[in-house]
Design a protein around this ligand. Structure first.
Ligand code: ADP
Ligand code: MG
Length: 622
């Protein structure tokens, strides 16, 4: 085209497209859900802007916030069109090719090892999946602030953009014209597309239509022989029955045009989805399968994994909202790597059914950012900017309730897991409980660190979070146990909860600090995660029991009548010893009751760093 301007794809994008277009990945279907998801995002954007600017939607067909699918069987073209926000020329250049999203190279690497394209949407490059089925794609787009443009590419390292002077004006929005590869012919089959939309795009909140064919009965003029026969037979019946003269006349009139019925194909827009939002429905009427599928579409996680837990509830009172929260089946790889510098939230905020944002970190504390879900509030105002909304006083209340519900959901996950139960009877169970076996351990392995970070960050919910802690102990026999279980096993007269910190259970098990405790049959918790040291600076007590690090000063294992006597008789030795070591090396030398076989041990002072903490700090400064 004469007015086309040529561009090169950014190298990373080009590499991704190469992989996609040559991919042997069998599940090519995924491109459709990615394109529909983009159309839906574009519609969300224009609807959001229209809240504060009514004019923006325009008039007539432009106000219809919907998605349309059209097929051209002969030319093998599939078109997906939306009346969303559209793209300016600049948007087309930036969004579709010259700027690689931050996840692009990570995804390319993943692709090369696993070949699994299913998670493409999570990496922010879903659009390019269209090249699984296309060898040529045109993106026609019209944004309110610009003219209509066509972006086109054959995935050969370059794309072109031209002002659109030949297609029909879109009004506003985007149409993706997919020129299907030879082997992707099935995607112009109506039934195939209907099935895919049903399967993958069930929870899109805008109507999706297909330009569908339909066999209809039409009356056409009949040829003469047939019609005379027909006439005879009907006439005879009507005579037999017709006593009323008027009735007879009417029937006569109906019969006059000589017609017959034939099948004909017509086309019309056929609605493919039910846009009733799942979160507005009664939780009792939503099936497990629907919750699972909704999770997949929310999280763009299209693996077969079921979320570990969910909670669907309505909050009433001053601040009203509905919410669905999910514990994902597994943690994303970078969950803790980017913990302190990312605001990535997986929670979508809606106000009165209108999507507002999924980058609203005011709704959940950082330590719960691993949850996925959705909040729809009737209390928040609709016609204000995002910035104003972020200041709104209701947000605090919503956040408080969400945290409470989230922690409840996690507590329940533990309660329902038969492996977690100490009750023997509960361990032998029916199959529906059997399904929950091991779920909490799965949760703990994936997100346990978040619970610990929560204890550090969230003083208000510290006790609730502490209930969710799991760890191994000198008595847990390789299994995980909880503080409640620890307390239930405490010896009569034991006041403190004993723990020890280190790099691994194996290392700690032989620690001289445990000698006496083991002999006296006290249980000691192993804290082996680096974060545990920090955790224990915040978690001072639980259910009125203090935590005691057994490698620190102050360990009391019950009274011993000989204590005083021993202290007295070894006074000279301890004094001599302390003086022989310089003051920089030790604070004090004392008679200990914590050892059994080992003659002496170096202990940390009550408020000092434990040896393990010293080690952690050292490794961090290196
Ligand atoms: P993501 O949707 O995760 O941002 P994609 O690769 O699917 O990543 O899309 C890239 C970008 O292209 C989108 O962020 C959006 O800006 C733009 N885009 C894609 N499809 C459309 C569309 N139908 N309407 C408007 N913009 C679109
Ligand atoms: Mg997308």
């Amino acid at each position: 085209r004469s007015n086309a301007e040529k561009f090169e794809f950014q190298a990373e994008v080009s590499r991704l497209m190469d992989i996609i277009i040559n991919s042997l990945y069998s599940n090519k279907d995924i491109f459709l859900r990615e394109l529909i998801s983009n159309a839906s995002d574009a519609l969300d954007k224009i609807r959001f802007l229209s809240l504060t600017d009514k004019e923006i939607l325009g008039e007539g067909d432009n106000t219809k916030l919907e998605i349309q699918i059209k097929l051209d069987k002969e030319k093998k073209i599939l078109s997906i069109r939306d009346r969303g926000i559209g793209m300016t020329k600049e948007d087309l250049v930036k969004n579709l090719g010259t700027i690689a999203k931050s996840g692009t190279s990570a995804f390319v690497e993943k692709m090369q090892t696993s070949g699994d394209l299913n998670l493409i949407g999570q990496f922010g490059v879903g659009f390019y999946s269209v090249y699984l089925v296309a060898d040529y794609v045109e993106v026609i787009s019209k944004h309110n602030d610009d003219k209509q443009y066509v972006w086109e590419s054959k995935a050969d390292g370059a794309f072109a953009i031209s002002e659109d002077t030949w297609n029909e004006p879109l009004g506003r929005g985007t149409e993706i014209k997919i020129h299907l590869k030879e082997e992707a012919g099935e995607y112009v089959e109506e039934f195939k597309l209907k099935e895919l939309v049903k399967r993958y795009s069930e929870f899109i909140n805008f109507p999706i239509y297909i330009w569908g064919s339909k066999e209809v009965d039409v009356e056409v003029p009949a040829d003469e022989d047939e019609s005379s026969e027909e006439e005879e037979s009907t006439e005879s019946t009507s005579k037999e029955e017709g006593e009323d003269e008027d009735a007879e006349k009417d029937e006569d009139e109906e019969k006059k045009p000589k017609t017959k019925t034939v099948k004909e194909t017509t086309y019309e827009w056929e609605l493919l989805n039910d846009v009733k939002a799942i979160w507005l429905r009664n939780p009792k009427e939503v099936t497990e399968e629907e919750y699972t599928k909704f999770y997949h579409s929310l999280a763009k996680d299209f693996s077969d994994d079921k979320p570990l837990a969910w909670s669907h509830f309505t909050a009433e009172g001053d601040v009203e909202f509905k919410a669905v929260l999910y514990v994902p089946p597994k943690a994303p790889q970078d969950l803790y790597e980017s913990y302190y510098n990312s605001n990535k939230s997986n929670l979508k905020l809606y106000v009165r059914r209108v999507f507002i944002s999924d980058e609203f970190d005011e709704l959940l504390p950082k330590y719960l950012s691993f949850l996925s879900g959705l909040v729809d509030s009737d209390t928040l105002p609709l016609n204000v900017s995002r910035e104003m909304l972020q200041q709104h006083s209701s947000l605090k209340t919503i956040k408080k309730k969400l945290i409470r519900k989230a922690l409840d959901m996690i507590r329940k996950l533990a309660e329902e897991d038969p492996d977690e139960s100490t009750d023997k009877e509960k361990k032998e169970t029916s199959s529906d409980i059997e399904e929950k076996r091991g779920q909490y351990t799965k949760f703990w392995n994936a997100f346990g660190k978040s619970i610990k970070l929560g204890i550090i960050e969230d003083a208000t919910n510290r006790n609730r979070l502490a209930k969710l802690l799991r760890f191994e102990t000198t008595k847990s026999e390789g299994k995980l146990t909880s503080l409640d279980q620890y307390i239930s096993r405490m010896k009569a007269g034991q006041k403190d909860i004993f723990y020890i910190t280190g790099t691994s259970k194996e290392q700690l098990e032989n620690s001289p600090f445990l000698e006496r405790l083991k002999k006296k049959n006290f249980e000691v918790i192993f804290f082996t995660d680096p974060v545990d040291e920090y955790l224990m600076q915040y978690l001072m007590d639980y259910e009125d029991k203090k935590f005691q690090n057994v490698s620190k000063e102050g360990l009391k294992l019950g009274k011993d009548s000989k204590d005083k006597e021993l202290k007295e008789s070894f006074k000279d030795l301890t004094k001599w010893w302390k003086n022989s070591l310089s003051n920089d090396n030790v604070d004090d030398v004392k008679i200990s009751n914590r050892l059994d076989n080992t003659p002496c041990v170096v202990v940390t002072s009550k408020f000092g760093w434990s040896a393990n903490m010293e080690r952690i700090m050292q490794s961090q400064t290196l």
